[in-house]
Write a protein that binds this ligand. Structure first.
Ligand code: HEM
Length: 427
């Protein structure tokens, strides 16, 4: 990666973009605040009403960007990697980004993972990741997911109550992914703790990230020495010619990009099944309702609500807005999926319609085999839980459930439930 001038070096040469009072950013809304948790439909609806499908927003530190919340426009942005690049070096706001910017872990010039790669380099790495994941045996994956789900339910099934986010949804995907990647079982519990702490930005986030990094480094070196039939070994072989550092960065991506949204997909689906009376009748009787609820969640409460980012490589127009070279665009998956142009009746069931943009689109979309892995893990998690706790119900009023305080992810902070305790000695 080429060295970039530090902010102070080019601040004078590059005018602050946009200048204070820039008409394009009048009425810009901050991309944070409780509305994104309590009433995202209302917030995106207001933005759409005021600005149309591409709305000016302010990130932490009042750094300007655009939120693409129209379905058509998001499709257009993600389809055209030449005009809307993943290369963060293009950003015209670097001179204005403060030291210790809270969004630095998400938007940074120093990132070298596949998520920020472009052109042939990206193509080669994305293909290698896709192939390494595609080779996962779906029956083996399902049986590993069942085994781990059962083990987690064993921990609380005698209690009569549980908190399904901390005790179930936020443990399961990582533990299953660790198995298929080839991470030793003994590493699983500490790794899941570290990943969740890093994702939540807890006080020990840096330490936690370092733990994840270390496990992935050890994984790379272990699989180089002794390859096995697992995802990590296949990636090691496919990344011949790339540095270990880069391999480790991509290991971290496939672990974190896989764990968190899948955990939220499980949590959001369980919430829908337990709170929406449209599902109540079929909950005990029909398995098809699990798949239906999962699909519904991807339309209504998709785990990756907003994602940073793409950058315009030249001046252009999008939905009538003048986008300048180097402007940042946030991918508004939640807004696009609930765009009235594609979902005029938001109460109507989506009935297996999978045209949502929840997994992205275009070159950088979530690899297809990754989507299938996420679906298998999430479906197994929900089905095992309902099988094991057939009378599971919400333990608090549904309107007291809290969403994680972030405009970027859509997932519950907690999901307390009650159920008839399993007799001691029985599973
Ligand atoms: C509910 C589950 C999941 C959701 C909603 C989701 C969503 C997404 C989204 C929105 C993107 C970015 C698209 C873009 O920038 O255009 C992405 C990228 C990615 N996802 Fe997923 N994902 C999920 C599960 C997984 C799983 C289980 C894995 C791995 C096993 C995974 C691996 C990746 C990778 C490697 C990328 C980067 C692709 C690239 O930049 O070329 N994801 N995902």
């Amino acid at each position: 990666m080429t060295a970039q001038p530090r902010p102070s070096e080019n601040a004078a040469a590059t005018p602050a973009t946009p200048p204070p009072g820039c008409p394009a950013h009048q009425g810009a809304r901050s991309l944070s605040g409780p509305g994104f948790q309590t009433d995202p439909f209302g917030v995106y609806g207001e933005m759409r009403g005021e600005h149309g499908p591409v709305a000016p927003v302010l990130l932490d530190g009042d750094i300007p960007g655009w939120l693409v919340l129209g379905y058509r426009e998001l499709h257009q942005v993600t389809s055209d990697a030449e005009l809307f690049t993943r290369d963060a070096n293009q950003w015209n706001q670097w001179p204005n980004v403060p030291e210790n910017w809270p969004l630095a872990p998400m938007i940074s010039r120093d990132q070298t993972s596949v998520v920020y790669a472009t052109g042939e380099d990206h193509q080669r790495r994305a293909e290698a990741i896709g192939e390494a994941l595609e080779a996962v045996d779906p029956y083996e994956l399902r049986s590993q997911a069942e085994l781990i789900a059962d083990r987690l339910v064993d921990e609380f099934c005698h209690e009569g109550e549980a908190e399904l986010i901390a005790d179930y949804a936020r443990l399961l995907p990582e533990l299953v992914l660790a198995r298929i990647y080839g991470i030793p079982d003994a590493e699983g519990p500490a790794l899941v703790q570290a990943m969740n702490d890093a994702i939540d930005g807890k006080e020990n986030a840096l330490e936690s990230y370092q733990h994840v990094y270390l496990v992935m480094r050890q994984l790379a070196s272990a699989k180089r020495t002794a390859p096995a039939p697992d995802v990590a070994s296949r990636l090691v072989a496919a990344y011949r010619g790339y540095s270990d550092e880069l391999l480790v960065q991509d290991f971290i991506v496939i672990m974190t990009a896989g764990h968190q949204p899948t955990a939220d997909w499980i949590g959001n689906t369980l919430r829908l099944l337990l709170t929406d009376e449209r599902f109540a009748l079929s909950l005990s009787g029909g398995r098809h309702s699990v798949g239906q609820a999962m699909n519904e969640v991807l339309w209504e409460d998709t785990p990756v609500a907003n994602l940073a980012a793409r950058w315009a490589t030249r001046d252009t127009t999008l939905a009538g807005k003048h986008i300048r070279k180097g402007d940042l665009l946030i991918l508004g998956f939640h807004g696009a999926n609930t765009d009235p142009l594609v979902r005029p009746d938001s109460d109507a069931f989506t009935e297996g319609n999978s045209a949502f943009l929840s997994f992205g689109h275009g070159e950088h979309r979530c690899p297809h085999p990754a989507q299938e892995i996420a679906e298998t893990i999430a479906k197994t998690a929900v089905e095992v839980l309902l099988d094991r706790l057939p009378d599971v119900r919400l333990a608090v009023p549904s309107d007291t459930l809290l969403w994680r305080p972030s405009a970027w992810v859509r997932g519950l902070s907690a999901l307390p439930v009650a159920f008839t305790p399993a007799p001691k000695g029985a599973r």
